[in-house]
Design a protein around this ligand. Structure first.
Ligand SMILES: Nc1ncnc2c1ncn2[C@@H]1O[C@H](COP(=O)(O)OP(=O)(O)O)[C@@H](O)[C@H]1O
Ligand SMILES: [Mg+2]
Length: 327
């Protein structure tokens, strides 16, 4: 599923989707990412863009930065001068190339160049990236490209070297909390302290996830608390993860296995998310260094197996079993 699909959300209902309602319109409304915003702002102020590459995980402001640049450069005309394409949506590079060409050729309304934002550029094969590179060169006079990707290493060198690269980091807990307070204030929503902590924890640096969770939790009209947030985001409470690991460390495999079962079956948490949460918590388990290192090693192995398609439950049970067997 593309990000565009996620943004328009199946849960949109009658109410406006908050990730759109609260999407920053200008660069200085973007929370966190201070260094990146400052660099981008100086390009905008000089009205002299180069090609850009934005890399980093989901929900941290890559698309938002691109649209904010366009709004600042073109004002009300920004939609006419900004083309958003998704590399994984558009059946192959030929379609992308045609759309780019059409856009690059049409009239300019007095602007020197237009912007093409290509999302999920790392979904293109290296052959397709080669074609993209040639297209970028061909239209470099009147188009600036902003490529967005999760991993810059998946982008071929000749493209990387033509772009100013911006590495977006997951947002800090404080940045997420700040935005949660802001939106809750605007919407007249109350949350408990543990509800806010839960939003921040469940988001794990992803602002889209945090905002979607807040909107979902607000629907009930109740004060947003941690129970609501963890249930709505299919996130285990950190205490539950700790409980499971403590049981395994104490050699009680049966107990650890039943805690795991509760997470997977009753709470409907995905095995891959249990692994992510385990990974985030390793340093909070009070282990000596050697034990922590061993556990991390096993988490890495389990994560790899799950990503390559192994059965999640079997792999997680095997992980707990190996921890329980340790002396
Ligand atoms: N740095 C940020 N500051 C404020 N809001 C943000 C930030 N990053 C993401 N958001 C919120 O999350 C939504 C999705 O962000 P987006 O820029 O599309 O993420 P991505 O990095 O995946 O392209 C935005 O509409 C906005 O509401
Ligand atoms: Mg995006």
């Amino acid at each position: 599923m593309s990000e565009a699909d996620t943004d328009s959300g199946s849960r949109a209902g009658r109410e406006e989707v908050w990730i759109e309602k609260y999407r920053p319109q200008t660069l200085d409304e973007i929370v966190g990412q201070e260094d990146i915003v400052e660099r981008l702002q100086s390009y905008v102020d000089r009205n002299d863009l180069s090609h850009f590459m934005f890399s980093g995980p989901a929900g941290i402001g890559k698309t938002t930065s691109a649209t904010a640049i366009a709004r600042e450069l073109y004002g009300d005309d920004w939609r006419d001068n900004f083309l958003e394409l998704n590399a994984s949506d558009e059946r192959g590079i030929d379609v992308v190339r045609d759309r780019i060409k059409n856009f690059a050729r049409t009239s300019f309304g007095g602007y020197e160049y237009r912007i093409i934002f290509l999302d999920e550029a790392d979904a293109l094969t290296s052959d397709a990236q080669g074609a993209l590179r040639r297209t970028m060169e061909q239209f470099s006079n009147n188009v600036r490209f902003i490529l967005s990707c999760n991993y810059s290493s998946q982008i071929i060198d000749p493209i990387q070297s033509r772009c100013a690269v911006f590495r977006f980091a997951p947002l800090s807990d404080e940045a997420v909390a700040e935005e949660m307070r802001h939106i809750a204030g605007e919407e007249g929503i109350e949350f408990t302290d543990d509800g806010l902590d839960a939003l921040v924890y469940a988001a794990d640096g992803d602002m889209r996830k945090a905002i979607n969770a807040l909107q979902a939790a607000s629907v009930t009209g109740d004060v947003v608390d941690e129970e609501a947030v963890y249930a709505l985001t299919s996130t285990a409470k950190p205490e539950e993860i700790k409980e499971m690991v403590d049981q395994a460390l104490a050699g009680d495999f049966t107990a650890a296995r039943s805690t795991l079962d509760r997470l997977l079956t009753e709470e409907g948490i995905a095995g891959g998310d249990v692994i992510d949460q385990l990974h985030r918590s390793v340093w909070e388990f009070d282990l000596d260094d050697e034990a922590a290192v061993r556990l991390l090693d096993r988490i890495g192995e389990t994560e790899y197996r799950i990503t390559t398609g192994a059965n999640e439950r079997i792999q997680l049970e095997a992980l707990l079993a190996s921890v329980a067997l340790d002396d």
